[in-house]
Write a protein that binds this ligand. Structure first.
Ligand code: AMP
Ligand code: ZN
Length: 113
């Protein structure tokens, strides 16, 4: 059956995206509404709803190391930020786990106070 999840469709190549990296576990695309000069999304190929549902240490490790790898290949040597919006209160809009890699400008301090 054809998946309705937008990121599953992107992983399968049914919806166009700009891919910057892929391996057997994950795909990295450019965010369609970038919040910084570099805004990438690291997606697992399998449908995992969010970090809350992630129960695979090998995949977790891969997602993290790929985030760092693409940050490096994008030249984010001055720094960058990794965000995983998780579930409703975390502001997650797309229910397919994704790590945001943001950089290319000063992002300021995230935590209030
Ligand atoms: P989140 O709020 O963490 O669920 O973020 C979802 C992100 O996915 C947002 O930054 C969107 O701009 C991005 N997004 C949604 N649809 C697409 C798409 N078709 N291609 C690339 N990025 C997308
Ligand atoms: Zn999905």
């Amino acid at each position: 059956m054809e998946p309705t999840c937008i990121f599953c469709r992107i992983v399968e190549g049914r919806v166009p995206s700009t891919r910057v990296y892929e391996d057997e576990l994950c795909v990295v695309i450019r965010d369609i509404r970038p919040q910084a000069p570099v805004h990438l999304l690291v997606l697992p190929r399998t449908h995992v709803q969010s970090l809350w549902e992630l129960d695979d240490e090998a995949l977790a490790g891969r997602l993290l190391s790929v985030a760092s790898r693409v940050a490096r290949s994008e030249g984010l040597d001055k720094g960058w930020r990794l965000i995983a919006n998780t579930r409703d209160h975390g502001g997650q809009e797309v229910a397919h786990l994704h790590l945001h890699v943001l950089g290319g400008r000063s992002l300021g301090r995230m935590l209030p106070g």
